[in-house]
Ligand binder design. Structure first.
Ligand code: ADP
Length: 391
């Protein structure tokens, strides 16, 4: 009887084990189905991806962290002239012009730190030795553990776009130049008439001609901004640095600005006895632009203060107004080309949104940066620092 019970227990045990085994087999079968599905989906994804890469109009290239090419699509072949066999295993430096080979080192160091490089405009060399304008977007390729194992690069041929931009800049420069010549002549005639009417002391002629002169000068200054912008974009801006004293320049500019307005008082604080090394004409342009803006964007009038503050080897020059002020969101975008604030209080103020962009570019050539502090309804302070010249 005991033996039968033991046997029954054993049988029940085997039955349980058998059931577990069947469950395990079923589980394995399910996993296999899942794995097959995943493999199929991976295959589909990779086929889609390779179809996209093949049909893309942009060159898509992958390379190792040492810059050795690992894939090269058909657009890369069309754009650069080399085929896949010629490029795989070759260094990417093959298509980088000699004077730009340092770029690759810089790009690689950024990507190693995990930073993506977006729309980087540069030049690359084709098999026929032609220099192409390209826009590059480069991203790190990571393995499943997150380590960077290579790089993928998308290159767009922007030669046509660059040519079009060049034509546009030339056109703007030509139109600006043609407009400036007659306007300068008009200003000169107005100035002659002003001299004459000063002798006649006819107050009506005097006020009218003074206003006409101010308006003509305003137009010349706007046209001058367009000319400078065109020169800057073409890389033709010339910075002529020399040692010069700050005070006479700022004093003249403050007087010119005061001449433009009766509503504002322009003050000058602590700018004497400072020598700097820079382009006096261009820096004068920056300060005049800040003064013009301080006047334009303080429609109620008020004080405008040019302040010079020594900070070790630097001089901080600031222009403060009591105008409409600028919101924190707009402050971030002020220095972009053509950016203008959309504010009801200043919607009648004319301008093209290039003055601050030009100012920041000129300051970049002086290793300086323009800063803004502002509060809406209270006023703004624009400032920048320059290295003091010790002789
Ligand atoms: P523009 O004056 O021709 O529009 P700017 O590039 O000189 O171009 O200035 C860009 C914008 O920044 C202006 O349209 C204006 O909205 C804002 N801005 C500049 N200076 C001041 C200022 N001092 N106070 C308030 N807003 C200003």
């Amino acid at each position: 009887m005991e033996d039968i019970n033991k046997m029954k227990e054993k049988l029940a045990h085997y039955e349980r084990e058998n059931y577990k085994l069947i469950q395990r087999v079923l589980e394995l079968e399910r996993s296999e189905i899942e794995l097959r599905k995943a493999a199929r989906s991976m295959e589909e994804k990779s086929a889609t991806l390779s179809a996209i890469i093949k049909s893309s109009d942009d060159a898509i290239v992958s390379k190792t962290l040492d810059g050795i090419i690992t894939s090269w699509n058909s657009s890369a072949e069309r754009i650069f002239g080399y085929n896949e066999q010629e490029m795989i295993g070759q260094p990417i430096l093959k298509i980088i012009p000699e004077d730009r080979q340092d770029e690759e080192v810089e790009i690689l160091s950024k990507l190693r730190r995990g930073i993506r490089v977006d729309h980087f405009e540069t030049k690359r060399l084709t098999k026929n030795g032609i220099l192409l304008d390209v826009s590059l977007t480069i991203s790190p390729v990571r393995n499943t553990a997150g380590a960077i194992i290579g790089l993928s690069k998308i290159a767009r041929d922007i030669s046509e776009k660059k040519l079009e931009e060049h034509r546009k800049h030339n056109f703007v420069a030509m139109v600006s130049h043609e407009l400036k010549t007659p306007l300068t002549a008009i200003t000169a005639y107005i100035q002659i008439l002003l001299q004459v009417s000063k002798k006649d002391s006819n107050p009506f002629y005097l006020t009218t001609l003074t206003r006409a002169e101010a308006q003509a000068k305003k137009m010349i200054s706007m046209i001058q901004d367009f000319l400078s912008l065109a020169r800057l974009e073409e890389g033709k801006i010339q910075i002529n640095k020399e040692k010069f004293e700050l005070h006479p320049l700022i004093k003249d500019l403050a007087e010119d600005a005061q001449f433009l307005t009766r509503k504002h008082t322009i003050n000058l604080v602590s700018c004497d006895n400072i020598w700097i090394y820079g382009d006096p004409e261009k820096l004068g342009h920056v300060i005049m632009n800040l003064l013009n803006n301080a006047i334009k964007y303080s429609p109620e009038g008020g004080a405008i203060t040019i302040h010079c503050e020594k900070q070790n080897d630097y001089i901080k020059i600031s222009v403060k107004d009591e105008g409409v002020g600028i919101s924190p969101i707009d402050q971030k975008r002020l220095f972009e080309r053509f950016y203008r604030v959309n504010n009801d209080k200043i919607k009648t103020v004319s301008g093209f949104g290039i003055g601050l962009y030009l100012a920041s570019e000129i300051l970049r050539f002086h290793d300086s940066k323009i800063q803004v502090e502002s509060q809406e309804g209270i006023g703004s302070i624009f400032s920048f620092s320059l290295n003091i010249h010790h002789s």
